[in-house]
Design a protein around this ligand. Structure first.
Ligand code: ZN
Length: 319
């Protein structure tokens, strides 16, 4: 299948606004297929993944990644999305099977699906980074676009506008999905900002523009006319980088007695990746190896601690 998903980074010619737009139709469809999401769940997970992609490609560099968690009081439960600077994203959610009737505006009722009370948190991780940075804000609407905007303003002090949009077909497949993010740079005047706000208010939803055949570049030109410099165009996709090794490390981190129980009673373990549904089998022998290593590591740690204690005790008082 020809890929239509890509993200465009641009800047207004005077340098006062950064603007990103993305077509994410195929990657939201992929999430729908992996998790069997129903309409409201598709829209909520899709919007979260698109927002994560926009934030990650705008705010991260190199191999860095981020995890966005939405913990709202709506019927879809929690939503988790991981995005990278390179334009990959993956996600999962508490309840993929939520179909909600449209609200009085004929739109999917986000307040009911995501909730109006809760938390949006963003954790950024760079390779080798031992203390990841987490910022969090309260949800302000549950529509998610507004919530990402609020996060950027409160947690990163970046005035912005974020629009996220998913159109779900009656058979629950994704017709279109995409979004945009505009960040106001220092130097933009109040007048310029309110002019842009006016333009944005008059624009159709991203999903309507995508259904009309607009590309991400078209969407950006609708906002800024010819006053636009395209900086980069990058493919985006749903990608999971899970591995058996990663799950082995997860098994290593469970309590020794629980690991022993798994070996003695179940004689094997099956782990399932929440992001992509891939299953990893661990045989009794493999579990035993993990267990032995865990016990050996604990012994070594104990010895070091005891040695340290003894040394401290034997140390003559240095007064
Ligand atoms: Zn996976």
């Amino acid at each position: 299948m020809k890929t239509t998903d890509y993200l465009v980074k641009s800047m207004s010619k005077d340098g006062k606004f950064r603007a990103y737009a993305v077509n994410a139709t195929q990657l939201v469809e992929k999430a729908h297929e992996i998790h069997d999401t129903w309409s409201a769940s598709s829209a909520a997970l899709g919007r979260t993944m698109i927002g994560t992609l926009l934030l990650a490609t705008a705010g991260l560099q190199g191999e860095a990644g981020m995890t966005v968690k939405i913990q709202g009081n709506g019927s879809v439960g929690y939503i988790v999305a991981d995005g990278t600077a390179k334009g990959t994203v993956k996600g999962y959610m508490g309840n993929p099977h939520v179909n909600l009737p449209s609200n009085d505006k004929g739109k999917i009722d986000f307040a009911g699906a995501v909730g109006t009370k809760g938390i949006l948190s963003v954790t950024k991780m760079a390779p080798g980074d031992k203390t990841p940075y987490t910022g969090e804000v309260n949800l302000v609407s549950g529509e998610l676009g507004d919530d990402f905007t609020y996060y950027l303003a409160q947690s990163e002090q970046i005035p912005s506008a974020v629009g996220l949009s998913v159109f779900v077909n009656t058979d629950d497949s994704i017709e279109v999905a995409g979004g945009f993010m505009i960040q106001v740079m220092p130097g933009a005047s109040d007048e310029e900002i309110s002019k842009l706000e006016k333009t944005l208010k008059g624009m159709p939803l991203v999903s309507e523009m995508l259904r009309d055949g607009d590309t991400p570049e078209d969407i950006l030109h609708k906002m800024f006319g010819d006053d636009l410099k395209i900086l980069d165009k990058m493919p985006v996709r749903y990608e999971c980088d899970c591995s058996k090794q990663r799950f082995a490390r997860a098994l290593e981190s469970i309590a020794t007695k629980d690991l022993k129980k798994l070996i003695d009673e179940d004689h094997h373990a099956e782990t399932v990746c929440q992001f992509c549904g891939k299953k990893y089998e661990f045989s009794e022998d493999e579990l035993q190896l993990i267990y032995d290593k865990k016990v050996a590591d604990a012994e070594a740690d104990k010895e070091i601690a005891e040695k340290q204690q003894k040394e401290d005790k034997d140390k003559p008082d240095q007064k």
